[in-house]
Design a protein around this ligand. Structure first.
Ligand SMILES: *[C@@H]1O[C@H](CO)[C@@H](O)[C@H](O)[C@H]1NC(C)=O
Ligand SMILES: *[C@@H]1O[C@H](CO)[C@@H](O)[C@H](O)[C@H]1NC(C)=O
Ligand SMILES: *[C@@H]1O[C@H](CO)[C@@H](O)[C@H](O)[C@H]1NC(C)=O
Ligand SMILES: *[C@@H]1O[C@H](CO)[C@@H](O)[C@H](O)[C@H]1NC(C)=O
Ligand SMILES: *[C@@H]1O[C@H](CO)[C@@H](O)[C@H](O)[C@H]1NC(C)=O
Ligand SMILES: *[C@@H]1O[C@H](CO)[C@@H](O)[C@H](O)[C@H]1NC(C)=O
Ligand SMILES: *[C@@H]1O[C@H](CO)[C@@H](O)[C@H](O)[C@H]1NC(C)=O
Ligand SMILES: *[C@@H]1O[C@H](CO)[C@@H](O)[C@H](O)[C@H]1NC(C)=O
Ligand SMILES: *[C@@H]1O[C@H](CO)[C@@H](O)[C@H](O)[C@H]1NC(C)=O
Ligand SMILES: *[C@@H]1O[C@H](CO)[C@@H](O)[C@H](O)[C@H]1NC(C)=O
Ligand SMILES: *[C@@H]1O[C@H](CO)[C@@H](O)[C@H](O)[C@H]1NC(C)=O
Ligand SMILES: *[C@@H]1O[C@H](CO)[C@@H](O)[C@H](O)[C@H]1NC(C)=O
Length: 405
């Protein structure tokens, strides 16, 4: 009772939403008047984040500040309503969004722990108010401080399901330093309503994460649909549909000089790609450092191996079904394309059927310093808008199966 009273007092001081605690359930009530609800949300996680339940009602919660709710245990997060992020104070977010420690990326919310079940029931929504960010950013890549919607941090043996993410501020979510996490039935839509592109609005990224499953996703966005970055392994992507974005990416990787990064055992199956740029592609930085992260770099090493994009359909692919570049340099630099020592090995595109707008099925720009090994394109059925037969472009490819360079 004391706790309950002190909570009400706190809520009155903050003038935002408030928390009602019953046993181990913390129900968050929204202010409903665009007063910051983040203090109440953080309170709920502090009170019920160890063996409890965080209940969001079918209300709209207004979030003006960063949130760091990590270290949770055995918690159910039930999202019935909408979490709506303020973008009124751009300066606040640029100065305060929480750093990921990678590529100068940062986030509006760090959430993490063990045995988390986060259920949105197919309608619980994250709304990042992204249009304001797309217009502010004016197409600049990786603007420092522009927040990602969500970072799933140091999270293990957990399930995120039935959640909708609309108009994400930047990358929608990153699973970082996490393992054995299932991401099921997730809807993502980040599209610009004007001429400023919804750039850098990745659907999901993985970083230092292992044993992650993405199942039943639908993504409409303006960048990588899903991308596996530094030290990701045993990733499964299945039963999902991707619209407009770049497709399922490996990388970019090798951006940091002297760092070793491994991306291994990624399997995609039974997905659809509609108007995406690629189906599956890999990008590594040059072996020579040119500029600094986030928009420059290179000189990293490591491996990308045992990757397969399989048994899926596509339509109106705007570039290639399969693409590799080892020549990523953002900061206006050119050349050094044969310097990457990142070893790409045992990569398969199989059972992929659909239509391309162009005629180039695959473009492999591998690195002379470490030519790609065992690239396979098997059992594909490709049709073209133009009356043509498909072509394959290769550079520094050591061995292939199912196609000729
Ligand atoms: C907004 O709602 C909260 C809680 O519901 C209330 O305490 C606060 O006075 C309201 N603020 C305004 C400006 O109406
Ligand atoms: C949530 O509330 C809105 C209106 O307040 C209503 O239209 C909608 O059906 C409710 N959704 C659920 C899942 O209860
Ligand atoms: C916006 O955020 C900045 C940085 O946190 C702060 O100094 C400023 O007072 C805020 N502006 C408004 C209008 O709240
Ligand atoms: C989040 O909070 C934890 C615990 O206080 C802290 O260790 C961690 O550095 C914070 N993370 C960020 C990104 O601020
Ligand atoms: C990126 O982060 C590095 C290291 O923290 C820093 O030196 C650099 O200034 C940052 N770049 C930008 C554009 O903020
Ligand atoms: C685009 O979205 C913004 C933010 O939601 C809104 O203010 C603006 O009116 C919209 N513009 C168009 C052309 O629909
Ligand atoms: C393939 O994915 C679709 C969803 O896109 C799903 O409905 C279907 O059941 C999946 N097929 C198999 C064999 O799992
Ligand atoms: C990536 O993982 C490897 C082990 O596979 C480790 O040696 C390396 O330090 C990790 N890289 C980073 C940047 O953490
Ligand atoms: C190549 O990768 C596939 C997974 O895509 C794996 O099953 C197979 O064992 C790998 N082959 C070799 C020779 O490592
Ligand atoms: C793809 O389909 C083929 C033929 O039906 C099947 O043999 C193979 O196991 C499937 N691959 C995956 C990864 O599901
Ligand atoms: C593919 O593009 C063609 C020509 O623009 C269009 O007619 C067709 O509807 C598109 N198909 C899909 C599935 O988007
Ligand atoms: C497509 O091109 C082939 C060979 O270039 C030609 O024989 C065939 O008539 C063309 N088909 C159509 C529908 O134009």
């Amino acid at each position: 009772m004391l706790l309950f009273l002190s909570l009400l007092l706190f809520a009155a001081e903050a003038l935002g939403g408030y928390v009602v605690r019953q046993e181990t359930t913390c129900t968050v009530h929204a202010s409903g008047n665009f007063t910051d609800d983040s203090p109440a949300i953080i309170d709920a996680f502090e009170l019920c984040g160890q063996g409890g339940r965080i209940q969001f009602l079918n209300e709209t919660y207004w979030i003006e500040k960063v949130m760091n709710t990590t270290g949770l245990n055995d918690v159910v997060i039930d999202l019935q309503g909408t979490l709506l992020w303020s973008a009124e104070n751009i300066t606040y977010w640029l100065e305060n969004s929480l750093p990921l420690g990678f590529q100068n990326q940062s986030s509006a919310w760090f959430l993490g722990g063990t045995n988390i079940v986060f259920d949105g029931h197919g309608y619980g929504t994250f709304n990042g108010n992204g249009q304001i960010w797309y217009d502010f950013t004016k197409g600049v890549s990786n603007l420092a401080g522009r927040p990602h919607a969500l970072t799933i941090w140091d999270t293990h043996h957990s399930l995120f399901t039935g959640i909708r993410f609309v108009q994400s501020q930047m990358w929608t979510m990153t699973l970082a330093s996490s393992s054995y996490v299932d991401m099921v039935d997730i809807f993502v839509s980040s599209t610009s309503n004007d001429s400023e592109p919804a750039r850098n609005t990745d659907g999901a990224d993985t970083l230092d994460s292992h044993h992650i499953t993405f199942r039943g996703w639908e993504i409409h966005n303006g960048d990588d649909s899903i991308a596996m970055k530094r030290n990701s392994s045993d990733i499964l992507i299945e039963d999902s549909v991707f619209y407009i974005g770049l497709g399922v990416a490996i990388g970019s990787t090798g951006q940091y000089p002297g760092q070793y990064e491994a991306i291994e055992r990624v399997l995609m199956r039974n997905c659809s790609f509609i108007g995406t740029r690629y189906v599956g592609y890999i990008k590594t930085w040059t072996g020579v450092e040119q500029g600094f992260p986030p928009n420059g770099g290179g000189g990293g090493t490591g491996v990308v191996r045992d990757i397969a994009w399989t048994n899926s359909t596509f339509s109106n692919i705007t570039m290639q079904v399969a693409f590799i570049t080892q020549c990523t340099t953002f900061s206006g630099a050119v050349g050094e394309c044969d310097t990457s020592t990142m070893q790409i090995n045992n990569i398969t595109w199989s059972g992929l059927d659909g239509s391309l707008l162009g005629s180039n099925i695959a473009d492999f720009q591998c690195s002379g310093a470490a030519p790609c090994q065992d690239l396979r394109i098997l059992d594909g059925d490709f049709t073209f808008t133009t009356n043509t037969t498909g072509t394959y472009s290769c550079h520094a490819v050591a061995s292939t199966e199912g196609f000729a360079c």
